[in-house]
Design a protein around this ligand. Structure first.
Ligand code: IPE
Ligand code: IPE
Ligand code: MG
Length: 264
């Protein structure tokens, strides 16, 4: 049984505040370059934006925040930058987890963690265990994550768990094995830094997510910029394949098993 509904199989409930926000934190390098600083200074400064965004989510009652920190393609970057990013990840885990814990944040990390140093893998495990009972916000960090990797590993796990199905499986059988099966699909996707692409983030789960792109660079993405994204989300009409008239209740919705709640 799937924990959450699927946007393609049934009609998800929606509300004015997104339940799940997923962010591609982009533009650190350009932020640093503008200031004639090394790229790493941008990554370092970006951690402050992460802190502020977590707080903003707690204050606004957002239940799930998912941040793309390192893609499966980011290994293609210069060795020095990759190594500094890994060191930053270790330091942030060491420095920030106590505060996250105090604030009731549950930390989860998704991605192919096997490629990380053992010490980083251990820190991730310990941090996840320590915060496992928290329920104010689920903060997911996608690290060495790729949407295609996720679908392939889910198929592999499904075939391992149910080898006798002869291919007779459904969307929801598969989604249970995706790395983020514990969360509803994102309501709002934000990408900072001006690029308008998904860059192999949550390919499966973004099927009906509202997309928001901003030129603001991640280190400058403050609460005002975040609220602008939330305001844009509130204006969206989430139709999930139906017509506006159906949403307004003028035309019945035959395929509406649970009845949508659209109070945005
Ligand atoms: C995003 O910022 C952070 C990571 C990918 C780790 P970038 O480093 O991609 O910054 P730009 O896009 O070069 O400005
Ligand atoms: C996407 O940013 C990945 C992360 C933010 C971790 P990139 O800066 O790597 O994306 P591309 O390569 O420009 O698409
Ligand atoms: Mg980038």
């Amino acid at each position: 049984m799937a924990l959450f509904g699927s946007s393609t199989r049934n009609l998800p409930a929606t509300s004015a505040v997104p339940r799940h926000v997923a962010i591609i934190m982009d533009g650190n390098g350009r932020w640093a370059k503008k200031r004639l600083l090394p790229r790493f200074a941008g990554h370092h400064r970006g951690v402050e934006t992460v802190r502020a965004t977590v707080k903003a989510c707690l204050d606004r009652g957002i239940e799930y925040l998912t941040l793309f920190a390192f893609s499966s393609e980011n290994w293609r970057r210069p060795e020095e930058e990759v190594s500094l990013l890994m060191q930053l990840f270790v330091r942030v885990l060491k420095d920030e987890v106590s505060k996250l814990h105090r604030n009731g944040v549950r930390l989860r990390v998704i991605g192919d963690l096997s490629r990380f140093e053992p010490e980083l893998q251990r820190l991730i495990r310990v941090s996840e265990q320590r915060t496992a009972a928290n329920d104010q916000l689920v903060l997911t960090i996608a690290a060495n994550y790729g949407g295609r990797w996720d679908v392939v590993q889910a198929v592999k796990r499904l075939l391992r768990c149910e080898p006798d199905r002869n291919g007779e499986w459904t969307e929801s059988d598969l989604t249970q094995h995706l790395a983020m099966s514990y969360a509803p699909e994102p309501d709002l996707f934000i990408r900072t830094g001006g690029e308008q692409r998904i860059s192999n983030f949550l390919l499966w789960q973004l099927a009906y997510t509202e997309l928001y792109f901003t030129d603001v660079l991640w280190p400058e993405f403050d609460t005002t910029a975040f609220d602008a994204a939330l305001a844009s989300y509130r204006q969206r009409e989430r139709r999930f394949g139906r017509t506006s008239e159906q949403l307004l209740g003028n035309t019945p919705s035959p395929a509406s098993p649970t009845g949508p709640r659209v109070d945005a």
